[in-house]
Write a protein that binds this ligand. Structure first.
Ligand code: GLU
Length: 472
């Protein structure tokens, strides 16, 4: 940023329309605005753009709140609700009328349609040219419905120095006199956004590049009010791995699905979203603190980024391995079947082994269920397949050796099992696989010695004995 920009306090905002869940693109916009503000020591605000009363639902507002909360991206202040500011929006429209920067347009919808159709028939682009722009209403307009339109300049060009897209210009005659207030007196989106951004003191706007066209309409409105222009950064949208626009099929889910269905940690999603369209050299693992330190608009890519579920899961695996064991235990306790405090303590103890193998919290929970299964264990199909007669005999050998272990520590159980294998001239796997089946009911688990140590002497011996007996 230039010196004059840094001199002012940076204020950013995330302005979702609550017509659905917080989707991944929205979450990334929130993240970029949050980081930009934090990086520049500024403020990050949230505005709920709930003016579309039919489509905005309380459930969507809650889902957005929860999603932002989970990612640590709630605003620095209580959110602003756009719908509550209609009076203020109308006031600004009136000010624009008073200064002659806007006008009451009495064209009826029939007249507009006729003009549109005439343009179509003549194969010309439709450009509204309202005669009301320079004409005062007479007595016959008294009581007639009107809309308020902005008098946008017809000559010259408008320029945006976009933080992401660079310099972009549009000829002013391409921008029509758009509506500020509808005939029922309600503000349009275009008016509401500009007034709210101004009143909230927003200095920098990072948003999807689908809003770039809007920026060229918002600018003349800002100029007409004599307000400072915000600095824009229009971020390319997210595409699927195949390059097509992101859809549900690609993982365009609500943030709640990332948490609940995919079992992701918020810090992993945070890191992933950051890297999705922003980069700093080839750093992949970037913590929240480091992101705040590094983030600037210069690192935002100019082309659409591709959503990659595999990368996201790999990153999640990394953050699971980094995460605190007690926290992970708490997160997966219910799903793993741990109910008592004792169960949770066991789960925490098992975590270093369990988390090394999981890429998401559901895998982590599934890997932990063996700890809390009740006897006799239900064998998964593959585990049952491991327990043939020979395997059951080997289980009996292991049981005998383990019964004599004086101290139930991982080293002691390990040397007991290795000794049995040596004496019986068995490969370790010949003992380990049936033991795994007997102890966990599954053919995959953490290392078998860890499993023995975690389950403890009594439970381990009993589980092994259950499967020996089955052979009889
Ligand atoms: N409410 C708009 C949206 O959800 C964003 C408006 C803006 O960022 O200016 O797409």
């Amino acid at each position: 940023m230039s010196a004059s920009e840094t001199a002012q306090k940076v204020v950013t905002r995330f302005a979702p329309s609550p017509t659905g869940y917080l989707h991944i693109g929205g979450a990334r916009t929130a993240l970029f605005n949050f980081l930009f503000a934090r990086h520049h020591g500024g403020q990050y605000l949230v505005r709920i753009e709930d003016t579309d009363k039919k489509r905005s639902t309380p459930e969507a507002i809650e889902a957005i709140h929860d999603g932002l909360d989970w990612l640590g991206l709630l605003g620095d202040e209580e959110p602003v609700f756009q719908s509550q500011r209609a009076g203020r929006h109308a006031e600004v429209a009136q000010q624009l009328l008073d200064k002659g920067a806007a006008y009451k347009c009495y064209l009826t919808s029939e007249e507009l349609t006729a003009r549109r159709e005439a343009a179509q028939a003549a194969k010309k682009p439709f450009r509204l040219n309202s005669e009301w722009r320079d004409c005062q209403p007479g007595p016959e307009q008294e009581g007639q419905p009107f809309v308020v339109r902005l008098k946008t300049p017809n000559e010259g060009e408008s320029v945006i120095e976009d933080m992401v897209q660079g310099r972009i210009s549009v000829k002013n005659d391409e921008i029509d006199d758009f509506i500020l207030l509808r005939s029922d007196g309600t503000p349009t989106y275009m008016l509401a956004v500009v007034v709210d951004d101004h009143d909230m003191g927003v200095t920098h706007i990072l948003r999807g590049d689908d809003h770039l066209n809007n920026a060229f309409r918002q600018l003349p409105l800002i100029k007409a009010m004599g307000w400072p222009e915000p600095t824009y950064g229009h971020v390319p949208l997210i595409h699927g791995a195949d390059g097509a626009k992101l859809s549900k099929r690609h993982g365009a889910l609500g943030v709640d699905a990332y948490r609940d269905e995919m079992g992701l940690l918020p810090e992993a999603v945070f890191n992933y979203l950051l890297r999705l369209g922003w980069g700093h050299g080839d750093e992949e693992i970037i913590s929240r603190t480091r992101a705040i330190e590094l983030f600037d608009a210069g690192g935002i890519g100019k082309s659409p980024s591709r959503f990659d579920t595999k990368k996201l899961l790999n990153l999640n695996g990394h953050y699971i391995r980094e995460a605190d064991n007690a926290r992970l235990a708490e997160l997966v306790a219910a799903e793993a079947g741990a109910s008592s405090d004792e169960d949770k303590a066991l789960l925490t103890r098992a975590m270093p082994e369990l988390k090394a193998r999981a890429r998401d919290l559901h895998e982590l929970a599934a890997g932990a269920t063996f700890l809390f299964k009740s006897r006799p264990l239900q064998m998964e199909e593959k585990a049952a397949g491991l327990l043939d007669d020979e395997a059951r005999k080997n289980l009996a050998l292991a049981h005998a050796a383990l019964s004599d272990v004086p101290r139930w520590e991982i080293e002691d159980v390990e040397s007991a099992i290795r000794e049995v294998a040596d004496q019986a001239e068995l490969k370790l796997g010949k003992l380990a696989q049936p033991l795994r089946a007997a102890l966990t009911g599954s053919n995959t688990s953490p290392g078998i010695f860890d499993v023995l140590a975690l389950l403890g002497r009594e439970e381990s011996l009993a589980r092994i004995a259950d499967q020996m007996r089955n052979a009889e």
